[in-house]
Ligand binder design. Structure first.
Ligand code: MN
Length: 585
């Protein structure tokens, strides 16, 4: 008995000793490390370095002094007053982010835990893959970048993070030069690394540079204007550990570029996944019916046809095996759809993981240009269309005719086609059928499509260049000699008179009583009321009202109407094409 009591006591002593040793070691490592780093700075540039050092300290002091402790805490909206408010609005217009406000919000502000409550009961493996977090930036605001880094450091278990690799794509903002380096070396852990590119490379090549120098099991790409939330990384790593070919994204919440409010849907199970438009743009879409049905729990991974591109995690070796990026893509844009199609078509899966949530500052415009104002989004998308979209690229080129059959503009894609062959990737049709069955294909499996012409006149249905983001009325315009997107309509198998995402319904004109017009709105917003009948002789009849599409008395650029069906020649319409195949009537 006594013997055991002694033994326990010694074990406790030994335990204390180990704890104390660990603490001492930590302190000395930190101080030695800090000293070494600062000395490096002194040595860097000869005699002026001491001054520089002072100047940076002063700079940082001023920053810290400017921070207002409670501003923006817990993701609440923050506001400025007086002079600062005016300055903030000015910079918002120029840089698409309120940098004046960002500078006043703590680098380490707290955010709420907004995950689905079910996430709190999930346990993750004790051993998870390590991660290299890659953050590229070009002229990102210093405080926005620092908040991104701090939030990662704060919300991620250190043992999971092999390194944080910052890649500076040749910024010219002054604070991102020496000050940033000094700050990292004196105030951030050693695992935060900074790579400087000597020339502007654009998003793809900057990310590739970061990925090449990474050594973690998993690559986590993160934009430089993000804030991660509680336990954001574990669910992503767990999924990749369980499924090596899963490329995963968090739910991306919106951080307001005006107030830095952390916006999120109060219903935690509501989130969207990625789609695309035929013009080659990323869109947010609701979770598709097939994916809702196969869900086993509100927090299980959800398949996403595409990704927004800024934030995702991927097994590092898999990233290289599956073709990393198309390094001939310049600037910004298109690379996210390229990677999305490639992952799906070549045997991977793309998923949103509901228990991982990251806030991202969505900017209304890109605050910088690329050399020579190059349309990098268009060119990059043409590259991916040629490699991955097979015949469906026709729908992209409808929107971007200028790049059709123009290899001298878009560059050589041979190596990417070789990659597709080497990996034995599936067709784009397979992708549409299996991954994105809800994507509307305007010229397949439809009753009719193309321009819709009044049989007796040279007038065609036309969206009159109206904003398709909100409901609008369609009108008529002189028929173009070619099929342009503004005059492209389809009559779907289920009787929708529609365009890519918007469907026609009938409304009474607000000003003119008893005049009915054709209103376009999101097809999934209207459940009933979007059914039309295409008659043998060419009338287009709205089922609920029994009224017919009519151009009587309507001139070019005016709204088209629906009225009582009659034999008026202005109620007979002709589509360019009927049936599945392109065979003019
Ligand atoms: Mn972004």
């Amino acid at each position: 008995m006594k013997f055991w009591r002694y033994k326990i006591r010694y074990i406790i002593y030994a335990f204390y000793a180990v704890v104390i040793l660990i603490i001492i070691k930590r302190i000395s490592v930190v101080s030695v490390y800090n000293r070494v780093q600062i000395e490096n700075i002194w040595l860097e540039n000869g005699t002026t370095n001491y001054e520089k050092n002072e100047r940076y300290e002063q700079w940082i002091n001023e920053y810290v002094k400017g921070i207002s402790r409670k501003l923006g805490e817990y993701g609440k909206p923050a506001y400025l007053n007086g002079e600062e408010k005016i300055k903030g609005n000015e910079i918002l217009k120029k840089k698409a982010v309120n940098i004046i406000l960002s500078n006043k919000i703590s680098f380490q502000r707290k955010l709420l835990d907004i995950r689905d409550p079910l996430c709190k009961n999930v346990t993750y493996d004790i051993v998870l893959p390590s991660v290299s977090i890659i953050i590229i930036f070009h002229n990102e605001a210093f405080s926005v970048l620092l908040r991104t880094i701090y939030s990662v450091l704060k919300e991620t278990p250190p043992k999971l993070v092999r390194e944080i690799i910052l890649v500076d794509d040749k910024s010219d903002e002054e604070q991102l030069q020496g000050l940033l380096e000094y700050y990292i070396q004196t105030r951030l852990p050693k695992k935060v690394k900074l790579l400087r590119l000597q020339q502007r490379q654009g998003l793809v090549r900057a990310r590739l540079k970061g990925a090449k120098s990474a050594s973690g099991d998993v690559l986590m790409f993160l934009d430089a204007h993000c804030e991660v939330t509680k336990n954001w990384l574990q669910p992503l790593l767990q999924r990749i550990k369980d499924k090596r070919n899963a490329v995963v994204t968090p739910i991306i919440d919106n951080i307001s570029e005006e107030t830095f409010e952390y916006l999120y849907n109060a219903e935690p199970s509501f989130f969207q996944v990625g789609g695309f438009s035929w013009s080659g743009h990323f869109t947010w879409i609701n979770i598709q019916e097939i994916d809702l049905q196969s869900k086993t729990s509100p927090i299980s991974p959800v398949r996403s046809p595409t990704m927004a591109g800024g934030l995702f995690a991927i097994n590092r070796k898999y990233f290289w095996e599956i073709g990393s990026y198309d390094d001939q893509m310049d600037g910004w844009g298109g690379e996210n759809l390229e990677m999305s199609f490639r992952i799906w078509q070549c045997g991977g899966v793309l998923e949103t993981i509901p228990c991982s949530r990251v806030g991202h500052v969505f900017r209304n415009f890109l605050p910088y240009k690329f050399p020579m104002n190059k349309d990098t989004h268009g060119i990059n998308t043409a590259r991916l269309a040629n490699v991955w979209m097979d015949d469906y690229k026709r729908l992209f080129y409808l929107h971007r005719e200028e790049y059709k059959d123009m290899p001298e503009l878009i560059g050589d894609v041979r190596s990417r086609i070789d990659l597709r062959e080497r990996l034995k990737c599936k067709s784009f049709k397979w992708y549409l059928d299996n991954v994105y069955p809800e994507k509307f294909i305007p010229d397949e499996n439809v009753q009719a499509f193309g321009k819709v012409r009044v049989q007796t006149k040279n007038l065609c249905l036309d969206n009159l260049q109206r904003d398709e983001e909100k409901p609008y009325n369609i009108g008529v315009y002189e028929c173009h000699s070619k099929l342009y997107p503004s005059q492209y309509f389809s009559m779907s198998k289920s009787g929708e008179l529609r365009r890519e995402d918007v469907c026609a319904t009938v409304i009474e004109d607000e000003l003119l009583n008893y005049i009915f017009k054709v209103n376009m709105r999101g097809c999934d917003e209207i459940e009933h009321d979007k059914e039309w009948i295409l008659t043998e002789d060419g009338k287009i009849l709205h089922l609920r009202t029994g009224l017919c599409l009519d151009a009587t008395g309507v001139h070019s650029k005016e709204d088209v109407i629906v009225s009582l069906c009659s034999d008026s020649p202005d109620q007979f319409w002709q589509f360019d094409f009927y049936g599945d195949k392109i065979n003019p009537r």
